[in-house]
Design a protein around this ligand. Sequence first.
Ligand code: DGL
Length: 268
Amino acid sequence: MSKDAPIGMFDSGIGGLTIAKALLQRLPMESLCYVGDTAHMPYGDKSPERLKAYAVGIAQRLLDRGCKALVVACNSASSNALDEVRDLVGPDIPVIDVVQPVVDAASLHHPHGELALIGTRATVQSGLYERLLSAQGLTVTSRATPLLAGAIEEGFHNGTISSAVVEAYFADGWAADKDALLLACTHYPLVVDEICALLPRRVAVLDAPGIVAERVASVLEARKALSSSTAPTRQFEVTDWTQSFADGAAHILGTSVDLVEAPWPEVL
Ligand code: DGL
């Protein structure tokens, strides 16, 4: 596999672009092939079986594009479909999820800490964070915040609507006495300012995109698979062309992207 082959990434929509942005800042010479499964957005209210089917379908698509590594840039898919994606991909191509790197960072920076977590229903109901964190001696209180990803995908961030939604989920103060908050959905970094405005300053909010980007860098470095290309490529695909994805991508990446619609052969 060529070192200059792209890194493949996917999410239901624009959320994974928060990871892509951090990754391109950390590894600017890497090529990227991103798929937003907008036809099936939101992932957060889907069953584990459906998430497995979507994730495996997209992973196959990214393999067909010749990707040298795969980033499951979605907590709902990482929590429910990682084994299936790894089984499909096999040992030669690394699969990096967004859960384990954040769990490791939480245990490093907040040993024996009491954490708060917000995520989609699919992520919270999987119980994966809870299992991994408690294995490292941390306790976590989780809350599903199902309105957030859809609102963010529709462009409601940094405004009164996102502030009101965030406030509805934090108003009872459940997270105020915790050591740190985990944003267990890749859409949520887009409303981190609204969240921080409601929490005491002592509650740390982990930088999940930066943490995951660092993990990708170390995995590729260990495999001697880092690119040194001077002409990296960026491909952005969606399974259903939406204006909100195009606008969101431009907002997150700071530049408009050439967005290709590549629908599923059949809708799952
Ligand atoms: N951004 C995704 C996640 O991390 C999915 C959000 C959704 O589609 O509900 O879970």
